[in-house]
Design a protein around this ligand. Structure first.
Ligand code: C2E
Ligand code: MG
Ligand code: MG
Ligand code: MG
Length: 288
């Protein structure tokens, strides 16, 4: 470990090699301090209900403003946080920050559920689950969880039991990135989730590929048969939105409506542009 520490200290200077294993090691070493010293912040991305044509909620996405490296996106540090045991602390920080931010939203007249990404590894962490339940119960906040399978769920039985606990105390659950990576029909069968989010890899080429629309339509039908609502992530074009609407997709999220933005910009979006954006979606709706 000492050797790895000194090696990673040297490699920190090599900014060109941003994705090497040792670079990850140095990020892991810095993460606890980054959380404690306020280098993390959240952005919010709205989720729109296409049938009701209204903003259904938001997803909170974490970012790291690193003093030397600038902005680091979660793709570059979440798996490191999972490996070094920092993911519980990071996620509890995220929950508390979301609750504080929701109070600001409420002061501006916006009362929306906010979904937080919960890494699969945390479903094996009894202490995290207990703390997360306590935070939600005490705050009475409208918080949902998106279950992200960035790591293999090693003990599915205990993961399902923990998800049931979340569900019982009123936390809505969504299966994230469905169709990509590790998501499986076995999870779909067992998880007490009311929402399924189709991964953006199937949505971004929806109108330019032959297979993606078939996959998306079957997934929507499968989810509906299981009485789940469907969200498409990565909706970037009016054409994709129109097609998803015809296919009966319940909710959409993507750059077409808004990129993830900081709290103040998100409140401005809710105050003003959001309604315009949602209204602007209307002419593009093609009904079956
Ligand atoms: P995710 O939960 O699937 O989040 C959606 C990702 O797609 C976000 O990337 C978002 O910025 C991006 N996105 C949204 N709309 C569009 C679009 O129209 N086009 C394109 N090209 N991209 C779009 P981001 O913020 O980099 O997050 C990546 C992943 O990191 C998330 O994927 C989630 O799995 C994870 N993550 C983010 N925040 C947290 C967190 O607080 N805790 C945990 N455990 N994971 C997190
Ligand atoms: Mg998510
Ligand atoms: Mg997702
Ligand atoms: Mg995704």
């Amino acid at each position: 470990l000492e050797q790895a520490r000194s090696e990673s200290r040297v490699v920190t200077l090599d900014l060109s090699d941003a994705n090497s294993a040792l670079d990850r090691a140095s990020l892991m070493r810095e993460l606890p301090h980054a959380i404690a010293s306020g280098q993390l912040f959240l952005q919010y991305q709205p989720k729109v209900n296409v049938r009701r044509q209204e903003i259904a909620g938001a997803e909170a996405l974490v970012r790291w403003r690193h003093p030397m490296r600038g902005l680091i996106l979660p793709g570059d540090f979440i798996s490191a946080a999972e490996e070094c045991g920092e993911i519980a602390g990071l996620t509890l920080w995220t929950m508390r920050q979301v609750i504080a931010d929701q109070q600001v939203m409420q002061a501006h007249g916006h009362d929306l559920p906010v979904f937080i990404n919960i890494s699969g590894v945390l479903l094996a962490d009894d202490a995290f689950v207990a703390e997360a339940c306590l935070i939600v119960k005490e705050s009475q906040a409208k918080i949902g969880f998106e279950i992200t399978e960035t790591a293999v769920i090693r003990d599915p039985d205990s993961a399902i039991a923990h998800l049931q606990r979340f569900s019982e105390i009123g936390i809505p659950l969504a299966i994230d990135d469905y169709g990509a990576g590790l998501s499986s029909l076995a999870y779909l069968k067992q998880l007490p989730a009311a929402e399924l989010k189709i991964d953006k890899m199937f949505v971004m080429q929806l109108t330019s590929s032959n297979r993606d629309p078939l996959i998306v339509r079957s997934t929507i039908d499968l989810a509906h048969a299981l009485e789940m609502e469907v969200t498409a992530e990565g909706v970037e074009t009016p054409a994709a939105l129109a097609l998803l609407s015809v296919m009966g997709c319940d909710m959409v999220q993507g750059y077409l409506i808004s990129r993830p933005v900081a709290l103040d910009a998100f409140i401005r979006f809710l105050d003003d542009e959001g309604h315009k954006a949602v209204a602007a979606l209307r002419p593009s709706f093609v009904r079956p």
